[in-house]
Design a protein around this ligand. Sequence first.
Ligand SMILES: NC(=O)c1ccc[n+]([C@@H]2O[C@H](COP(=O)([O-])OP(=O)(O)OC[C@H]3O[C@@H](n4cnc5c(N)ncnc54)[C@H](O)[C@@H]3O)[C@@H](O)[C@H]2O)c1
Length: 242
Amino acid sequence: MTVARAQRFTDRRVVVTGAAGGVGRVVADLFRAEGARVVGTDVAEAERVVACDLSDDAARDAFVATALAELGGLDVLCNVAGIQQFAELGKLTPAGLRRHFDVNALAPLMLAQSFSEALVASKGNVVSVASISAVMGQPYNAQYCASKAALLLGMRSLAVELGTLGVRVNCVSPGGIETPMIEAAAAGLPADVNWDLIAKSQSVIPGFMPPEDVAEALLYLASDVARSVTGANLVVDRGVVW
Ligand SMILES: NC(=O)c1ccc[n+]([C@@H]2O[C@H](COP(=O)([O-])OP(=O)(O)OC[C@H]3O[C@@H](n4cnc5c(N)ncnc54)[C@H](O)[C@@H]3O)[C@@H](O)[C@H]2O)c1
């Protein structure tokens, strides 16, 4: 049985990155289910998704132009795309670090800037997916943690600047989610991985979350109900204790 959803986004114009899979696809579907007009993008090809490697400056600028032409403005920017590859000390490389910063921090910040004029015009908002990794040290995860911390503080900084112009900027910080990301990341774990070190971080509610639980937090922050929320970091992590 399909449950009718509230129509919080009727005719709102929404851009969702990382829309080909995982959390991003669910976010795009939920916005559409609540009446929004959505342009999704991803480096991976998928139905109803504009293909774009967001770490490529020219391709990203071209995507911004495409989205604005299609939507005729913008009410919500959702930065969901991200990458994670574990790398132990000794295996960090400039290329790996740059890639994480390019995709996880630079692209969302540049997209926010590129769409800012449209968002100021609509008094819209930005919601970005950071991570609990932005605020805690995790073994073998320096490049991801550093890039997500940069994203979180970058977005908080934009919240101050754009707040004066009527645009809200928030982050959602998830813990473990049931998506392909973790499996892909695990390829970088060392052969002699110290599981005791990893097990120090536990969630009160066991197991990984379905992507819907994270998507719902994004929609809340993007909605008018959250009109007094800006510069926030909404943690959705099943109660991680460290
Ligand atoms: N999976 C987790 O446990 C977890 C935990 C905390 C935060 N997050 C964050 O949640 C967000 C969504 O991740 P997910 O779990 O759905 O993973 P996912 O791998 O399923 O989705 C990420 C999407 O981003 C896209 N992407 C990657 N690089 C890109 C690029 N250069 N340009 C455009 N698109 C690109 C991928 O193709 C993919 O569709 C990410 O920002 C991730 O860092 C995930």
